[in-house]
Ligand binder design. Structure first.
Ligand code: F1P
Length: 599
């Protein structure tokens, strides 16, 4: 191993698991759609990996993790038995908040039993964060605590589940800290995917403690069963740091298992045991196997979506019910993850906000990103739809198939680039006439009985399956468009402190330079100057992210400046000559290699 390789692996070792580079997907930017599906399949398989493959970390199936899930499920049971005085709050930022919102569909199970609906969600930045990225509130611990306090006013028992995949979000840390100060009322649970010693230890706005302190205090309280830390390791994400993928899926799997087990115990007298928890996880593993067994159709959909994006056309997800929410979520995440325009990949749901049932109601007046109904699609998009635009329907056999057929008919009059992801049952299948309306149809016929047709459980499995498919399609399409270099999204928006740290890590990773050199280059790009003033260098991270949020291509600019030893203007010129980020980075590495050979 030479010195550079050694430096690189030391740097990689210092990163938390959720920020590491996954060796499985190192070449994802150089493969075709079919190979991409296999890479994503192997990365997702790590969610379910047994502990024997990884002696160093707790995994999802580890007995300690399962036992903590049992303990938390018992708390859910207690809350359900005393609904008047209790509330279960699920909270997170970005994807974690969106999954929290989705999980409140658990209320439907209580409604079906004429029980009080006690599940509530918090997403940093409010409901608008469901469709657009509101990353600045994520950095505000006081805002997190205040929002939680408000929602729980008057309750005697609160089960608070704070989700932060990277164990890093200050908003969630503030809430957990608040719970730890009021353990008579609150039982806090931290859900994340790093060992506690890898939780973030950088300062937080206006706070004397950091995330890791909170995680350690939580661990100490766990000994008295006053708090719980659920932090199995899932392996690195397929696109480094993109916790919307494995992190989001595992959040859904873990919390659904806990809520269902608690529900079964409270209403069906079924005691929660480690066996029943691992049974729920195994059911999700079956969903994983079944979904990826349709790899040919998935590869075809990735290819198609990649073509649309490459031609600067659009991908539209047209979903029904909660599958529509999965579509909206996946589409909106492409903006912060890939620097996409909001209309590159866009989601629509039947009945718009009425179907979402979010707390703040209809947000359509907030701007075009919030226009989400099928009717809006028909009125505003359909008239100008072109053959290059891809339309992808997301539905299940118990959705209104007349509505599906009628809308598909309308779309087909404008384009044949119409495809679907559809779920049905062995005893209750979607008619062939409906299936034949789509070019590629990824149709999964699930082996459940027809009594389960309306059950929340089955819907949750279809949601998970659709999430895996859409994550693969939107990730694959952006990789094919050239947005990713190796398995790094280099052109990330540096809009909060976690992403600021990731930007510096990426620069260190690719240039081999010291942290301080990388910070300087990043700040030059952020403040658009060759001469950094004292004010700029001494400002805190939040000032940097505020400025960076208003500027494009900051990380690629810094990377080119360091690698080619050039000025800001030269770096920007280089990037202008190579609009595809992967080509720009490649060219920059090639030119610096030639330069050093000549030198
Ligand atoms: C929260 C989050 C991510 C988002 C981006 C910024 O992360 O909003 O969902 O994709 O990376 O951070 P976490 O708190 O769950 O780690």
């Amino acid at each position: 191993m030479n010195m550079d390789d050694l430096k690189l692996s030391c740097h990689e070792l210092s990163l938390p698991v959720t920020e590491k580079c996954n060796p499985i997907s190192r070449d994802i930017d150089r493969v075709n759609g079919k190979q991409m599906v296999q890479i994503l399949r192997r990365c997702d398989a790590e969610i379910f990996e047994k502990k024997d493959h990884d002696p160093f970390h707790q995994r999802l199936y580890s007995s300690a993790v399962i036992q903590t899930m049992v303990d938390v499920a018992k708390r859910v049971e207690m809350m359900l038995r005393d609904p008047e005085e209790s509330v279960i709050v699920l909270s997170g930022c970005g994807t974690s908040g969106r999954i929290a919102f989705l999980l409140t569909s658990f209320n439907e199970m209580m409604k079906a039993q004429k029980q009080k609906q006690i599940c509530s969600y918090i997403i940093a930045g409010g409901d608008r964060a469901m469709l657009t990225s509101q990353e600045a509130p994520e950095d505000d611990p006081a805002l997190g605590a205040h929002t939680l306090e408000k929602i729980c006013a008057g309750k005697k028992h609160v089960l608070f589940i704070g989700i932060s995949c990277g164990m890093s979000a200050p908003f969630v840390a503030g809430q957990l800290d608040f719970c730890l100060q009021h353990l008579d009322i609150f039982t806090p649970v931290l859900l994340g995917f790093n060992p506690v010693h890898m939780a973030r230890s950088e300062p937080m706005q206006g706070c004397s403690f950091h995330f890791k302190d909170v995680a350690e205090r939580m661990t100490a309280e766990q000994r008295h069963e006053k708090a719980f830390v659920l932090n199995p390791v899932l392996g690195a994400e397929a696109i480094s740091g993109s916790s919307r993928m494995k992190g989001g899926s595992a959040t859904k799997i873990i919390l659904e298992s806990i809520l269902l087990a608690g529900h079964e115990a409270a209403f069906r007298g079924k005691r929660t045991t480690p066996e029943c928890i691992s049974g729920w996880i195994t059911a999700s593993e079956m969903v994983y196997e079944t979904t990826y067994s349709h790899s040919d159709e998935l590869a075809a959909l990735i290819h198609q979506a990649g073509e649309s994006l490459r031609m600067k056309a659009h991908v539209y997800y047209i979903g029904w019910g909660t599958l529509g929410i999965i579509g909206l979520t996946d589409a909106s995440e492409c903006v912060p993850t890939y620097g996409a325009d909001f209309d590159d990949i866009r989601g629509f749901i039947n009945n718009g906000f009425r179907e979402m049932k979010n707390k703040e109601g209809d947000l359509s007046c907030l701007g075009p990103e919030f226009v989400i109904g099928h009717k809006d699609f028909v009125d505003t998009i359909l008239p100008s739809l072109s053959q290059n635009d891809m339309v992808l329907f997301l539905f299940a056999v118990n959705d209104d198939l007349h509505e599906v057929t009628a809308l598909a008919d309308q779309v087909r009059r404008r384009t044949s680039n119409l495809h679907a992801i559809a779920h049905d049952l062995e005893k209750f299948t979607i008619p062939e006439t409906v299936c034949n309306m789509f070019g590629t149809i990824l149709r999964i016929t699930w082996p459940f009985s027809s009594e389960e047709v309306n059950s929340v459980v089955m819907r949750q499995r279809w949601e998970l399956s659709t999430k895996w498919c859409l994550n693969a399609i939107s990730t694959g399409a952006h990789v094919l468009k050239g947005k990713v270099y190796m398995n790094y999204m280099i052109d990330l928006r540096v809009s909060n402190s976690k992403l600021y740290t990731r930007a510096i890590n990426i620069l260190q990773r690719f240039t081999g330079c010291s942290k301080s050199e990388c910070v300087r280059a990043l700040l030059r790009a952020i403040y658009s100057t060759e001469d950094l003033s004292e004010d700029m260098t001494s400002a805190d991270v939040w000032k940097h992210t505020d400025a960076a949020n208003r500027r494009d291509r900051v990380v690629p600019t810094a990377l080119v400046m360091i690698q080619c030893g050039c000025t800001l203007t030269e770096a920007r010129h280089h990037l202008d000559c190579h609009p595809v980020i992967r080509d720009a980075v490649n060219a920059c590495f090639n030119s610096s290699k030639t330069k050093s050979t000549v030198d």
